[in-house]
Design a protein around this ligand. Structure first.
Ligand SMILES: Nc1ncnc2c1ncn2[C@@H]1O[C@H](COP(=O)(O)OP(=O)(O)O)[C@@H](O)[C@H]1O
Ligand SMILES: [Mg+2]
Length: 278
């Protein structure tokens, strides 16, 4: 399906479809991100992409796939721009297009930075707790992407994970994603399960919970063993066991680490019996 728009990007004065441009909220090279408004307000973002066609297609398709399971926000609108006369030629492979998705509140990266400051500078236990909660939500997010959708994100740093206004986590920036079933792509990262966890571990440096994401392959292997044990006498299907118990299982592996980190970071520690119910 090809969808072109005469005018590529709306302005503050000119609508394209029902969209009018808001403020620029992120500027990096040829991929700026703007707030964009419909009649109800500026609750969406528009990402302008000048990229090879395959890249644009991947970003769009994987965002749609990922949104089906609620791991990304849905694509609200998108279009390709008509090439102007001056363009073309050697840049033939490149296309310009826009993708519109609902606006999210902040990146995981900025949230983690705030929490680290809170726990190190202000000595507030809330920072540690929140990092722990975010680590759990991130594990679940990546785990679901892998297990339910059989998709690897490929660039799963904390700047590509965002919180919405209910503190729920969503993946963004799906252009480097691939299906586990795809042949190994030479142009970008290799489809190892742990590649996403490796990126994420980097992002959690300084939070105390980095090692939750390390050595994930061997943890998953242990979980697989555990499935076999469960299989014998568990009334649920293997699917359900996979979906439901694995993250808890990882958590149990790391219970000591979590408790230790919490104890050493916190001076006046409140009763914390409820941590694991997050
Ligand atoms: N849905 C969104 N809501 C709010 N901000 C967003 C949204 N999507 C992206 N951003 C902001 O724009 C930045 C760049 O977006 P991203 O899709 O990651 O592009 P890039 O390919 O340039 O990394 C993000 O790190 C985030 O700060
Ligand atoms: Mg990004």
């Amino acid at each position: 399906m090809k969808r072109f728009s005469e005018r590529c990007v709306p302005t503050k004065h000119i609508f394209v479809r029902e969209w009018k441009l808001g403020n620029k909220i992120f500027a990096k090279g040829s991929r700026p991100v703007y707030e964009i408004c419909d009649k109800k307000g500026c609750n969406y973002v528009l990402k302008v992409m000048v990229a090879p066609k395959w890249f644009f297609n991947r970003e769009l398709c994987f965002q749609i796939i990922c949104a089906k399971n609620g791991l990304c926000k849905p694509v609200s609108d998108w279009w390709l721009c008509k090439k102007s006369e001056e363009e073309g030629g050697e840049e033939e492979e490149y296309i310009k297009g826009v993708i519109i998705t609902p606006k999210l509140k902040e990146t995981l990266e900025s949230k983690l930075k705030k929490n680290i400051k809170m726990m190190n500078v202000k000595k507030k236990y809330r920072g540690v707790l929140d990092n722990f909660l975010l680590a759990m939500k991130t594990l679940k997010l990546i785990f679901d992407l892998h297990q339910k959708l059989r998709v690897i994100h490929g660039d799963a740093g904390a700047n590509n994970i965002m919180l919405d206004y209910d503190e729920k986590l969503f993946l963004i920036d799906m252009g480097l994603s691939f299906l586990m079933s795809e042949p190994e792509p030479s142009t970008f990262a290799r489809p190892r399960l742990s590649i996403d966890y490796d990126y994420i571990a980097e992002s959690f440096k300084g939070t105390g919970f980095e090692s939750l994401f390390r050595d994930i392959d061997s943890k998953l292997a242990k979980i697989e063993e555990k499935f076999e044990e469960y299989d014998e006498d568990n009334p649920f299907s293997a699917e359900k066991i996979k979906g439901k118990y694995t993250i808890e299982y990882i958590l149990n592996f790391e219970k000591d680490l979590v408790e230790e980190e919490l104890k050493k970071s916190i001076i006046d520690f409140p009763v914390y019996g409820d941590f694991y119910s997050y």
